[in-house]
Design a protein around this ligand. Structure first.
Ligand code: ATP
Length: 346
């Protein structure tokens, strides 16, 4: 699905697990983060990060390496303690209400320590036993393409297979909320597309997904809304298409006019059109809204025949660049420190 199309609202699935703390009649957000602040030595990892994720939504956190994405998601998972600010999942405090949250929260982190001598099947069954309800381990293993590797030990899996297994372990309890950190890192394009389909399937069952990524294509395809994060700050939150629009980015329609006498006047007065540039028979029209349809209609109306028409849309990367001054695909990172805290005070 492209950035220009948005999706339906999903039914909220109910499970026999603890219900969120709902005030009378008031809907509780799946995830609510307020003013999270976290510093490591001189590095401000989170600078008052706030997010609100609705139930049934796939919400992306997109940023460059070192922007603060993992610190955010691990704080939401209750694995890191912020210096200040709050995180709530289904109205519950991830640290104080850990036991109530465990059956309804699935977490897939970048670095997960697993029993390396156990097989895929043993690990999925072990994790399944932690939950009162959950997925069928063998079906889940198959759905992640790990069927042929089910009796292979974790330590003998490839990086991509280990990654898919970590997703299985996050989903085996049929969570209401899933936190997925860089879920397709290390996967080849085919495996990546298979995982994207799986996440789209989660949406259909009403699972709320917080998806941390630095891959614009992944976020554009999967997410209903996205928070762009840069240097520990949320720069903007909107749908992918909304972020592009908010950045004031134009679309371009290019075509070849078969009539040498093509006159730009044919596009005069079309509200979506901002500018028209004709060089020889190559014409470039910039504009907003449903530009392709508006231009096509005006050309037909003016009796102008054109060929090789194509629409060039701005991407989330263009929006990121416009909003932060830096590209997502730029190789440099935001990381500025080599200081490492201990596990306990992370
Ligand atoms: N335990 C830690 N000790 C010291 N600094 C840390 C620690 N964890 C994160 N940082 C620093 O905090 C900043 C944000 O890191 P974080 O891992 O949250 O970013 P990220 O956006 O997830 O990056 P990546 O995409 O590379 O995982 C970085 O500058 C990082 O070096």
């Amino acid at each position: 699905m492209t950035a220009g199309t948005r999706r339906r609202k999903c039914p909220t699935r109910t499970v026999g697990a603890p219900q969120p703390n709902e005030e009378q009649g008031a809907a509780v957000l799946a995830i609510e983060v307020r003013d999270l602040h976290k510093r490591y030595g001189d590095t401000v990892a989170l600078d008052d990060v706030s997010l609100s994720v609705n139930e049934g939504e796939i919400f992306g956190v997109l940023g460059r390496n070192g922007a603060g994405k993992t610190t955010t998601v691990e704080t939401i998972a209750g694995l890191r303690l912020p210096d200040r600010g709050t995180a709530r999942v289904l109205g519950l405090d991830p640290r104080r209400d850990r036991a109530r949250l465990r059956p309804v929260l699935g977490v897939q982190l970048q670095d997960t320590a697993l029993h390396t001598a156990l097989t895929v099947r043993e690990l999925v069954r072990l994790y399944r036993s932690f939950y009162p309800e959950g997925a069928d381990p063998d079906e889940l293993i198959d759905s992640l393409g790990l069927g042929p590797r089910r009796n292979v030990r974790f330590e003998q899996l490839s990086g991509g297979q280990q990654q898919r297994l970590s997703i299985a372990l996050a989903l085996v309890g049929n969570p209401r909320v899933a936190l997925l950190d860089e879920l397709t890192t290390g996967l080849d394009p085919e495996a990546r597309r298979a995982i994207w389909s799986l996440v789209e399937g989660l949406r259909d069952t009403g699972v709320t997904v917080l998806l941390v990524s630095h891959l614009m294509e992944e976020v554009e395809r999967l997410c209903d809304r996205v928070a762009l994060i840069d240097h520990g700050r949320v720069v903007a939150t909107d749908s992918p298409a909304g972020l592009i629009e908010r950045a004031g980015l134009d679309q371009r329609v290019r075509f070849r006019a078969s009539d040498d006498a093509f006159g730009t006047a044919v596009l005069d007065g079309v509200p979506e059109v901002i500018s028209v540039e004709a060089r020889g028979d190559q014409v470039t029209v910039t504009g907003t809204g449903n530009l392709l349809q508006a231009v096509s209609a005006a050309l037909v109306h003016g009796g102008v025949v054109v060929t090789e028409t194509r629409l060039e849309r701005a991407t989330l990367d263009d929006a990121f660049l416009a909003l932060t001054g830096r590209s997502l695909t730029d190789e440099t990172t935001d990381e500025t420190t080599d200081e490492t805290d201990t596990e306990d005070d992370r």
